[in-house]
Design a protein around this ligand. Structure first.
Ligand code: GLC
Length: 482
C-alpha cells in the first residue's frame, strides 16, 4: 500500500471557489484504493457551510512555532466516499466570509502557516505519506519546508513531492524580508535559483524548485507555460525543469455530472433520448429566467468566474452584435465588477434574450448545462477548464478558444469529415470569436442533423477521471519506486 497525501487550499464538498476544489474533491476518489491510501488535507474555514461543519470531528491539537509565536494547530477529520479528509484549524487564519482575502501579505502568512502545520500534523495523526501531492501556490512551501527542516527527522526522510499547477497566474509573491520573517527560512532559500524571483519571494516558485515532479492540468498548458506569453515570468524555470514537468488533463465526476440522474434537472435525459427531452429543460429554464419561451432559439450558456482569464473582454466587445442574432444568452457567476455590470447591462437592454445571474448556484449551473444548446468559453488562457467537460457530458456544444485544456478536450467541428465535438478559434480576437459563434449558429439552424451528430459525439466522449487517474498513479509509482 502506498500512502498519498493531497494538500490544497480548497476541496469539494467542503469548500469551493473554483475548479481546483473540483479536482481535489474528485481525483482522490478515483485513485485505486487497493494500492493507494489517499488522504486530503485542507484548512478548516469558518465560512464552510454548517452542513459540512457538522461532518467534522475533533482529532487532536498541538502548538507549533510559527512567525515568532506559538500557534495553535487543531486537526479535525471526516470521510467522504471512502476518502479521509483532515482539516487544519486556526481561528486567526481561517476566519472570514470567504477562504481568500485581498490582503496579499496575510494570504502568504496564512498559507505559510498552513503548509508548515500540515507537515507538523503528520506524526500527530500517525500518517506517513510516501508522497505529498501539492496544489497551487498556497502549498508551495510544503516541498520547501520538507527540504529545510523536516527531512532531518526520521519520520519525514524520503517523502516525495509533486507540485501541480492549476493556475500559474497566482504565485504568492511578496518582498523577501517579510516572507523570510514569516516563514523563518534561512537566507539560503532566498536566491534566484530558489524562492526569489525578480527580487520578490515567490512561494509557488519554491514549490516548483523543490518538488520531485511538476504537473499541470493539460498537455497544451504544460507546453504553453514554457513560453513568455503564458509563463508568468517562470517560463525559464519551467523550461529548465521540463524533464520533470508533464500535463495530465483533468476529469470530472461522472456521477455528479450525469444528465440522466441529475437531481437539478426537471427532465433528465441521456444520449438516446436527448433529442426529445433536452429541449424540455430549455423551456423550463426560459420560464424560470423570464426569457422568451421558444424551443427553436439557440441558447448559449456561460458559467464562469468573471475574471479576465475567461475572455470576457471579447464577449463585452461584440455582445451588442451578438444580440442582433437569433440567440439567447444565459450567464451565471460572480467576479470582477466590470464584467458583472456588463452582463447586467445587456440583461437590461435585451431582457428577453439575455439573462444575467450574478451569483453562484450549483443548481442553476446544472440547469444551464442541461438546457443550453451551446456553451461559450473564449478564455485568454485556460490550464484545463472543467465547464467545457461538463457541457460535453450534457450534449451542450462548447465554443472555445484553442488554448490550454480547451484545445485538448474540444475537437473542432470538421464539416467535411463529420468530426468534432464543438467549435473553436485560435486568436484572442473578438471578431474571430464572433465568426465562430455565427458558424455554430449556421450549423444549429441549417444543419440540425449535423448538429445532433456532434451532440452524439460530445456525449460519447469520456472525460471521467478513469484515464487521468491512471496517469497520476503511474507517476506516483515512478517517484516512490516499487
Ligand atoms: C484553475 C484553472 C482551470 C482548471 C482548474 C482545475 O481553476 O483556471 O483551468 O480547470 O484550476 O485544475
Amino acid at each position: 500500500m502506498k500512502n498519498i497525501l493531497f494538500i490544497a487550499s480548497e476541496g469539494v464538498p467542503f469548500i469551493k471557489t473554483g475548479g481546483l476544489a473540483d479536482v481535489v474533491g474528485s481525483l482522490p476518489k478515483c485513485i485505486d484504493k487497493e494500492y493507494y491510501d489517499v488522504r486530503v488535507m485542507i484548512p478548516k474555514y469558518s465560512c464552510m457551510s454548517d452542513k459540512m461543519k457538522e461532518k467534522l470531528s475533533y482529532k487532536a491539537h498541538f502548538y507549533m512555532d510559527f512567525h515568532w509565536k506559538d500557534e495553535y494547530v487543531g486537526i479535525l477529520e471526516s470521510e467522504v466516499d471512502g476518502v479521509k479528509y483532515y482539516f487544519i484549524d486556526n481561528e486567526g487564519y481561517f476566519t472570514g466570509v470567504k477562504p481568500y482575502t485581498d490582503n496579499a501579505l496575510f494570504e502568504i502568512e496564512k498559507y505559510a502557516y498552513f503548509s508548515k502545520a500540515c507537515l507538523s500534523a503528520l506524526p500527530v495523526i500517525g500518517f506517513r505519506p510516501d508522497l505529498i501531492h501539492c496544489h497551487d501556490w498556497q502549498t508551495g512551501l510544503v516541498p520547501v519546508y520538507l527540504h529545510e527542516r523536516f527531512q532531518g527527522n526520521e519520520f519525514f526522510r524520503g517523502i516525495k513531492t509533486v507540485m501541480t499547477i492549476h493556475n500559474l497566474k497566482f504565485q504568492g509573491k511578496w518582498n523577501v524580508k517579510d516572507v523570510q520573517d514569516i516563514t523563518g527560512l534561512p537566507d539560503y532559500y532566498f536566491t534566484p535559483d530558489k524562492l526569489e524571483a525578480y527580487k520578490d519571494a515567490n512561494l509557488l516558485k519554491g514549490g516548483l524548485v523543490f518538488a520531485d515532479a511538476i504537473t499541470t492540468v493539460s498537455d497544451t498548458y504544460a507546453e504553453e507555460i514554457k513560453t513568455e506569453f503564458y509563463g508568468e515570468n517562470l517560463e525559464g524555470l519551467l523550461r529548465a525543469r521540463s524533464g520533470d514537468l508533464r500535463g495530465i488533463v483533468n476529469g470530472i465526476d461522472y456521477d455528479d455530472f450525469n444528465p440522466e440522474t441529475d437531481k437539478h434537472l426537471e427532465y433528465p435525459y441521456n444520449a438516446m433520448n436527448y433529442r426529445k427531452e433536452k429541449v424540455k429543460n430549455k423551456r423550463a429554464l426560459q420560464k424560470e429566467l423570464g426569457l422568451e419561451v421558444n424551443d427553436k432559439i439557440m441558447m448559449i450558456g456561460i458559467v464562469s468566474r468573471l475574471t479576465d482569464q475567461k475572455g470576457f473582454d471579447l464577449i463585452a466587445h461584440v455582445m451588442d452584435e451578438l444580440c442582433q442574432d437569433a440567440v439567447q444568452i444565459v450567464a451565471l457567476g460572480t467576479g470582477e465588477e466590470r464584467y458583472e455590470n456588463m452582463f447586467r447591462h445587456f440583461d437590461w437592454k435585451y431582457s428577453n434574450k439575455v439573462s444575467a445571474n450574478i451569483y453562484y448556484s450549483d443548481a442553476l449551473s446544472h440547469k444551464i448545462y442541461g438546457a443550453c444548446d451551446a456553451f461559450l468559453m473564449p478564455s485568454l488562457f485556460e490550464p484545463c477548464g472543467l465547464s467545457q467537460l461538463m457541457s460535453l457530458r450534457y450534449g451542450t456544444l462548447p465554443i472555445v478558444r484553442e488554448t490550454g485544456g480547451l484545445k485538448d478536450t474540444v475537437e473542432p467541428y470538421n464539416e467535411y469529415e463529420s468530426r468534432g465535438t464543438g467549435f473553436s478559434f485560435v486568436n484572442y480576437n473578438a471578431h474571430e470569436m464572433m465568426a465562430t459563434v455565427r458558424y455554430a449558429e449556421r450549423i444549429y439552424y441549417d444543419k440540425k442533423r449535423e448538429w445532433n451528430k456532434m451532440v452524439d459525439r460530445a456525449m460519447a466522449a469520456d472525460f471521467s477521471w478513469h484515464v487521468s487517474a491512471t496517469k497520476y498513479q503511474e507517476m506516483y509509482d515512478w517517484l516512490i519506486g516499487y
